[in-house]
Design a protein around this ligand. Sequence first.
Ligand code: GRG
Length: 296
Amino acid sequence: MNFNLWLNNKVESVEQALKENCTNNENLQKIIYEAMGYSLFAGGKRLRPIIMLGVNEMLSGDSEQVLPFACAMEMIHTYSLIHDDLPAMDNDDYRRGRLSNHKKFGETTAILAGDGLLNMAFEVMSRYSLNSDIDKEIALKAIYTIANSAGTEGMIGGQVVDMFCEDSIKDVNGLEYLQRYKTGAIIRSSAVVGGILGGASKEELEKIEMFADKLGLAFQIQDDILDVEGDEAKLGKPIGSDDENNKKTYVTMIGLEKSKQMQHKLTNEAIDALSCFGERNKMLVELCKYLLDREK
Ligand code: GRG
């Protein structure tokens, strides 16, 4: 199958599953569903669910079983973006091509919408695990892996380092430490959960994690590059904010050219990590190349 078709099919199945899983009640608290849906259905790339589904497919897994976990991951990712945009954190007015959640609904609702998405993620995964014939130990392992990667030893930990420990980030190694937690942790767990649900062996899981680790760093470098040479209309947010906010990024620390070299090296390493899967790795290899040139 052609890669673009594969990607579109995956995005469509995630959109569909998100619509089914993001409950929307017509009750007194209905504003919270409006605010959650506003950010969840704002045109995100669905990268983490695609990684999860792609890894699972490489292992010939059952995509129906993966979708609730893929949706949960997208809900967690969206909550992190809503909270990251808040005035107390990055104070960004635009996200995914529209006003950020707090600009649209106010800070109180945005905080609660983020919290709502985080909780809904765990509702979706546990409800599916209770009501389907999925192996319960495997389901629990997947839920634990996601919780751990989004928590203080994962994404939240990275956000803390970003907010409070900037002075400790003195070189690229420091930056890698930060990014492996802040953006890398849930990218790695997306891949690992795809593997867990697909019955991967311990050795296979190690390779899958290595693939996602390298891909996550390459993805972050592209994010930094896009902040310098991206197209605001395609990105859906203003560029130049890293420089304006004196942010330490790959580009501000080692320059554009070296960042691009590093990004290519990491992408090749991500692809190499999947070599043990032979031809079955084809779509994930294409995904790595696609992300190198992404414009949003
Ligand atoms: C608030 C707990 C908490 C954590 C926030 C991940 C994070 C931590 C903040 C995001 C900051 C940021 C913009 C990092 C750059 C990399 C990144 C995660 C970009 C956004 O992800 P995409 O490109 O976005 O996958 P879409 O909108 O396509 O889903």
